[in-house]
Write a protein that binds this ligand. Structure first.
Ligand SMILES: NC(=O)c1ccc[n+]([C@@H]2O[C@H](COP(=O)([O-])OP(=O)(O)OC[C@H]3O[C@@H](n4cnc5c(N)ncnc54)[C@H](OP(=O)(O)O)[C@@H]3O)[C@@H](O)[C@H]2O)c1
Length: 269
């Protein structure tokens, strides 16, 4: 491994780190030499993930406990425990999140607020919780998980789309305000990755078929394919990357009106 991507000695706190993209990022940070603290609301899921991740990384490198990013006390406790265990927090990955898919006219304001609370307020709450330690260290990398819906509409996910769009604004604000403390704040916008969050919307559905039709690579991504971007943004290789949103989507956003294989693009065949 080149030293540019080496995370030896670095400690990461990963919300939503017990499944899907968050867990894959935890695995990748461990492989790059770092240590991880993972948390989500379901204690048993966290325990299982800690065991699985520890198999290759060793017990001391992986810790975790139940965490609810919508709860001040839970976030404060988790941050304090991660700091006590590792002595520092170099990386924060905000991967916790939920989705509600329904026609916007049927979406209640409570549902709208719940989605925002987990993605936007939850992300800000965790950023503020780790900021003091990062300021004291004079360094830190915050990675917020945005979405393709930060850029284009995905139909009937208005709360999710507005929350994920807000993540971009929050990322820019923190990148601007906290750079002076040595803290870099960036976002990753994953493309379509079948996980517990969205598998039922993607696999074997008309929605999934249309997504693939507009993805130049003609497939969904895997959580592991998002993880490399997180290692990059955490690492010395990204020392001048701040306020950026890295899209990892197989080309979906670049697709525009369709790909060069579409029948109308090859009228002579
Ligand atoms: N999969 C995709 O295609 C895709 C694309 C773009 C962006 N994203 C984003 O990527 C992130 C990870 O999603 P994923 O696809 O990996 O789905 P996932 O496996 O469902 O991961 C989301 C995790 O967040 C946790 N969580 C939910 N609410 C929480 C809360 N209040 N406090 C703490 N943890 C909470 C869940 O665990 P508990 O239920 O145990 O709390 C779950 O483990 C999300 O922000 C999602 O919006 C996903």
């Amino acid at each position: 491994m080149t030293d540019r991507f080496n995370l030896t000695g670095q400690a990461a706190l990963i919300t939503g780190g017990a499944s899907g993209i968050g867990k894959a990022i935890a695995q990748a940070i461990l492989e790059a030499g770092g240590k991880v603290w993972i948390g989500s609301r379901t204690a048993e899921k966290v325990e299982t993930a800690v065991e699985e991740l520890s198999e290759s990384a060793g017990e001391d490198a992986v810790l975790g406990q139940s965490l609810d990013v919508t709860d001040d006390q839970s976030v404060e406790e988790t941050t304090a425990k991660a700091l006590e265990s590792f002595g520092r927090i170099d990386i924060l990955v905000n991967s916790a999140g939920i989705i509600i898919k329904k026609p916007t006219q049927e979406l209640t304001l409570d549902e709208f607020n719940t989605v925002h609370e987990s993605h936007v307020t939850g992300t800000l709450r965790c950023c503020k919780a780790v900021a003091a330690a990062m300021k004291e260290q004079g360094s830190g990398s915050i990675i917020n998980i945005a979405s393709i819906s930060s850029f284009v509409d995905l139909v009937e996910v208005a709360a999710y789309a507005s929350a994920k769009s807000a993540i971009l604004g929050l990322t820019r604000s923190l990148a601007n305000e906290w750079a002076k403390y040595g803290i870099r704040t960036n976002a990753i916008a994953p493309g379509f990755i079948p996980t517990d969050l969205n598998r039922k919307f993607l696999e074997g559905t008309e929605r999934g078929r249309r997504i693939l039709e507009n993805t130049p690579m003609e497939r969904f991504g895997t959580a592991d394919e998002i993880a490399g971007a997180a290692v990059f943004l955490s690492s010395p290789a990204a020392s001048f990357v701040n306020g950026h949103t890295l899209v990892v989507d197989g080309g979906y956003l670049a697709c525009g009106i369709g790909d060069s294989f579409a029948p109308w693009a090859r009228p002579d065949e």
